[in-house]
Every structure is written in structure tokens, then in C-alpha cells.
Design a binder for this molecule. Structure first.
Ligand code: DON
Length: 602
């Protein structure tokens, strides 16, 4: 009975309150005023008992429900860190940044200080901004740096050595975002990550097993081996409290000194010393020169919804818009989820969009990307004009790139608050644990993002992706990314925050989550859990999750000429789309059931 009354009051009050808060919130111009308003806001919510148990509602959708704030990420501990700072008066931006720093501690294969990320933010006043803190090629990088005397790519150079590391961007970007749009002080936002690194946290089965699988790789670098094993060199076990003292010290330097705690001083000295000792090329100057960039978002529309994504050097934002544009003339909802006719159309849209990726996309500061053309409805219409409902098109023949089953690690987090702030953030070291070596003394792993450049025209990278001039290596250039943090709104109101890891499959994952929500009216839990498939133009094959397509759908698709269909047989599946939806007056969060993450709300 108490539950019913509480729930009724919660819903009625929240509805009134939620409609007023975004307008009120946007009228406060300064950070101090916003912070004061937020504290009052939290107090009001508490007084009226609106901060209601997630468990009560969880049964209704399979999602976690919240009335004030929500984070969904690959690590429940990190999501809770985000919620902790939101409860202390932070907004969704504070929550996202706290979660991102915590992920560097609790999800080290992808959460990072030594990598980069792309963030799309909707502010409570409706403005959309994006921050690009993608890594950059060091000044000493050059076009043919991974080729041998015969002009062939030297295997492993762009993935397993210190030469593979791009100048890290995460710390600069996260601090810039916090400074511009957070409500809390840096020290408060970094505090949970520092505590987790300093005091440790009990290892999950998942994490202990992941470390064990990589022991051989870690053992090649003494400081890395030490970090990922017990003091006596034996493997860490589930339940061991894992402490990372060097990482804690690096985080403290960042909390105390801001970007100088990373790009200058002790952290920078340790990083540059690590490079010098191992034929790496990142210098002090590269670090000092690194800046994050605020970019205009990519904007598209789909059946009356607004889609906001990341502009290049992400290829994801524009490809998602392109594929949705190609789909829009068709009644996808009526054909039904998983129907052969829908899957056929979506594969053909994916094939065309990825072909354009290889040709046209790269760092816009170095290469003129025809953005307006690619994102336009007119172009999509022309591009899809040769679509044949009865037959699959063929991609040009090319060496099929192999998907590396160890590589499925980037990470996406979504964060939202009831005032209408939304954050979609994807961050990475590129392959799992980057080069699998830390910068000695810093506690953080080094990325191998340089592999996202096109080392040689038409030669596939670790994700089987090819490229050419647009994505060739140049000093200071950002490598092309598939990361696709995305925000969807309807009639100016928040609807969905989504994104995913998965290399080249990121873009198709995000595309399919959006179609699930808009065309198939799925709730967030179903949209995220629904099986996925993927085509990337070249290699010319469809991959799909085990049991993701019914045998008769597969047969129909094969009859149309999709000959190289194969089930995705390893890992947790395609993507890890930790997402949040705003439904009525509440936030619904879902961490992807393919992995061991968690959504937390209050
Ligand atoms: O930016 C990119 O496209 C890649 N570095 C992403 C790598 C990735 O998603 C790895 N796996 N999940």
C-alpha cells in the first residue's frame, strides 16, 4: 500500500516537476547559481520522497528506473561513482566525467587516462555540444611509419609497440567538459576514482579472468605485469582487492593541478621516459600541444526525431544519419523486427555508408570531408536508388580483414539527469588494454590508436576497415574513429542516449538501437538486448549474433544473394550499448546484457 501511494505521488509530482525543471535550470547563467539550484532541487526531491527505489519499477521494463539521475556503463562500480557525484549536487556532465575517470580504474581494458574519447552533450537548455578528445599522431609521425622497405605493413608495429600510441586526449577533454558544463569542482568529481584506485575494489570474476587471459602479454613489460598480478607474481583472483597506487597518484595530480597534472610535470616526465626507453616518439611538446576540440554536432532527422552525433574524426555520426536517411522512405515498423525485408534493406544501407566511409572520411582539420552531402536526404535518396528489394548488391572483391577476438574493447557510457542534461560518451585505448603496456610509474595503459589510421591505402586495419588519403597518417592529425556517441530527442525533449564499443560494428549497433526504439517502439531494455547484425561493405559479408536471425530469414537473405553470412561466434556479441531513455517523467537505464556492466539511478 505504502509502495502504491509512494509510487503514485512520485509519478504525479515528478511529471509536474520534470516539466518545469529544464526551463528553470537553463535560466541560471553561472556555475555557482546552477550548483545552488541543483542542491535545492535535490532537497526538494528528497522532501517529497521522489528519490524512489529502482527495484520497485525494475520489473516493468527490465531497465533500471530513476527519477533524478542515471548512468549506464560497462562497470557497475563506475556507474555508482557517477551517481554518487550527481547525488552530491552534480549534473549529468559531472556524473559522466566521474564515471569516465572511475572506468579508468575499474574497467582498464578500455576506460583510460592514456587514450581518447568523443562526447556528445545535450544541455538542459536544449543546446547540443560535442567534445573531441581523440588522440593525435605525434609530431614525429609520418605517412609510411608502419611500412617496411618493400612498402608492406609491418605486422604488429601499429598495435603492439610504443610506436602505436597516439598522444592521449582523454584527460584534456574530460577536464574541458567539466570546466565548461559541470556543476561541481574537479576534486569532487575525481574523488571516487581516486578512492577506487587507492583503496582498491574487489575483482569480479569477469575482470580476474580477463587479466589471467592476458598474463603472457603483460609479462613482457615488468611494470605492467606487476600491476596486473598479486605481489608474488601469481594471477589475481576473483574477490582480491585490487589496488593501483601509481594510478591513484596520477589521478591525484590531475585533481590538484588540472591538465598540468597530466600533460606537464611528473606524469608527463614518466610518459616521455617510457617512450624514450622503448622507441616511442611522443615528446613533452606533443603533450603540451594537445588540445581537445569543441565541434559542431552532426544533425539529422528520422521520422520526426532529431539525431545528434559526433562529427569527424568520428565516422559514426554521419554514417548513422546516412543509414537512417536511406531507411526513412520505407515502413520498417510494419515489416517487423528481424524480418528478411528489413534486414536486407539495413544491410544494403550499411554497405553503401561504409563504402563512403572508406573514401571520404578523415580528420576534418586535415582533409575536406563532404559532410553536408553525406548527411543530406537527397544524397541518401540517390545513393539508395540502385537498391533492389529482390537482390543483394556485391561489394568489390577484397582481402577479407579478420576480426580480432581480443579486440572488442572500447567502452560507452550514457548519463542523464532530470533537468534534461544528457551525455553520450565513448572512450577507448583502441584494442583491448591498448598496447598492453603501462607507462611505468603512472599506472595507466598506453593506447594503440595509431592503428585506426590507414597505414597503407586499401590495407585493412584490425577491424578489417580500409581507407586511403582521407585517413593517411600526418603529424598532429587525428585518426578516423567509428565511435558514435548519439543523442536522440523528440520535439525538443530528451529521448535516448546511446553508443557502443565494437570497432567497425559500433556504427551498425547504434543504427540498430535507434531503429529498435523509433521503428519498433521498443523500450530501452529490449532495444539494447535485441540481436544485431553487421555489414561494412568490405569484406563483403554479413555477420550476425548467434540465433540473432531465424533460419528462414537467413535462407531468404541468402536467396537474395547475401552469400557470405556467418554467425558471430565469439565474445559477448556485437556491441555493448549502455543506454538511457527518458520516458514520461522518468529515466530508464540499461547496461547491455552482453557484458558485465551496470546501470545505476536515483
Ligand atoms: O575509434 C575507433 O573506431 C576504434 N579505436 C574503436 C575500437 C573499439 O571499439 C574496440 N572495441 N571494442
Amino acid at each position: 500500500m505504502v509502495f502504491y501511494i509512494g509510487n503514485y505521488m512520485n509519478k504525479t509530482f515528478s511529471a509536474l516537476y520534470a516539466s518545469a525543471v529544464p526551463q528553470l535550470f537553463s535560466t541560471f547563467a553561472t556555475k555557482k547559481h546552477r550548483e545552488m539550484f541543483r542542491l535545492v532541487h535535490v532537497l526538494v526531491l528528497s522532501l517529497f520522497g521522489v528519490a524512489v527505489s529502482m527495484q520497485l519499477n525494475a520489473a516493468t521494463t527490465g531497465a533500471i528506473h530513476g527519477s533524478n539521475g542515471m548512468v549506464a556503463s560497462r562497470s557497475m562500480i563506475a556507474s555508482r561513482a557517477g551517481v554518487e557525484v550527481m547525488k552530491a549536487g552534480g549534473n549529468a556532465i559531472d556524473g559522466a566525467v566521474a564515471t569516465a575517470f572511475a572506468l579508468a580504474v575499474t574497467h582498464p581494458s578500455a576506460g583510460n587516462l592514456g587514450g581518447g574519447g568523443l562526447m556528445v552533450i545535450r544541455l538542459a537548455n536544449g543546446n547540443i555540444v560535442t567534445n573531441d578528445h581523440r588522440e593525435k599522431a605525434p609530431a614525429a609521425a609520418h605517412r609510411d611509419m608502419y611500412l617496411d622497405a618493400q612498402g608492406d605493413v609491418v605486422k604488429g608495429l601499429s598495435t603492439d609497440t610504443h610506436l602505436a600510441t597516439g598522444v592521449p586526449g582523454s584527460v584534456a577533454g574530460l577536464l574541458d567538459v567539466l570546466d565548461a558544463h559541470g556543476d561541481l569542482e574537479r576534486e569532487k568529481v575525481l574523488a571516487p576514482a581516486i578512492a577506487l584506485a587507492r583503496d582498491g575494489f574487489p575483482l569480479s570474476f569477469d575482470l580476474a579472468a580477463a587479466f589471467k587471459r592476458r598474463l603472457e602479454a603483460f609479462s613482457k613489460h615488468p611494470a605492467t605485469f606487476k600491476k596486473f598480478t598479486r605481489d608474488n607474481g601469481t594471477p589475481l583472483q576473483e574477490g582480491d582487492v585490487w589496488k593501483q597506487p601509481d594510478l591513484a597518484k596520477t589521478l591525484v595530480r590531475i585533481a590538484e593541478q588540472g591538465r598540468d597534472g597530466f600533460y606537464k610535470g611528473k606524469t608527463a616526465d614518466l610518459l616521455v621516459a617510457e617512450m624514450k626507453a622503448n622507441n616511442g616518439i611522443i615528446t613533452h611538446q606533443d603533450l603540451v600541444d594537445y588540445q581537445s576540440v569543441w565541434r559542431e554536432p552532426v544533425h539529422g532527422t528520422y521520422r520526426g526525431h532529431d539525431i545528434y552525433g559526433m562529427a569527424p574524426p568520428s565516422s559514426g555520426g554521419v554514417l548513422v544519419v546516412q543509414m537512417l536517411n536511406m531507411l526513412e522512405p520505407y515502413d520498417i515498423g510494419a515489416a517487423g523486427f528481424g524480418s528478411a525485408s528489413n534486414v536486407h534493406k539495413m544491410i544494403e544501407a550499411e554497405r553503401r555508408a561504409y563504402a563512403d566511409r572508406a573514401r571520404h572520411l578523415g580528420d576534418p582539420d586535415y582533409y575536406e570531408v563532404p559532410m553536408a552531402m553525406l548527411a543530406s536526404k537527397d544524397y541518401a535518396k540517390k545513393r539508395f536508388a540502385d537498391f533492389n528489394p529482390a537482390r543483394a548488391n556485391r561489394s568489390t572483391e577484397i582481402d577479407p580483414g579478420n576480426f580480432d577476438k581480443e579486440s572488442m574493447e572500447t567502452t560507452h557510457l550514457s548519463s542523464m539527469d532530470i533537468a534534461g542534461n544528457m551525455v553520450a560518451y565513448t572512450t577507448t585505448l583502441n584494442l583491448s588494454y591498448g598496447i598492453k603496456m603501462i607507462a611505468t610509474g603512472t599506472g595507466f595503459l598506453l593506447n594503440n590508436e595509431m592503428d585506426d589510421f590507414s597505414s597503407k591505402p586499401n590495407t585493412p586495419n584490425s577491424f578489417g576497415l580500409i581507407g586511403g588519403e582521407a585517413n593517411a597518417i600526418q603529424p598532429g592529425k587525428r585518426m578516423l574513429s567509428s565511435m558514435s556517441p548519439t543523442i536522440v530527442t523528440k520535439d525538443g525533449k530528451p529521448l535516448l542516449v546511446t553508443g557502443s564499443p565494437g570497432g567497425s560494428t559500433i556504427i551498425t549497433t547504434v543504427f540498430q538501437v535507434i531503429v529498435n526504439v523509433i521503428d519498433h517502439a521498443m523500450n530501452v531494455a529490449d532495444a539494447v538486448a535485441a540481436p544485431r547484425f553487421h555489414h561494412q561493405w568490405q569484406p563483403d559479408r554479413v555477420i550476425y549474433e548467434n540465433r540473432g536471425l531465424s533460419p528462414d530469414t537467413v535462407r531468404i537473405l541468402q536467396d537474395k544473394g547475401h552469400q557470405q553470412m556467418s554467425a558471430w561466434v565469439f565474445g559477448g556479441g556485437i556491441g555493448d550499448a549502455n543506454s538511457i531513455m527518458y520516458v514520461g517523467e522518468e529515466l530508464q537505464g540499461k547496461s547491455d546484457p552482453r557484458n558485465d556492466g551496470g546501470a545505476a539511478g536515483f
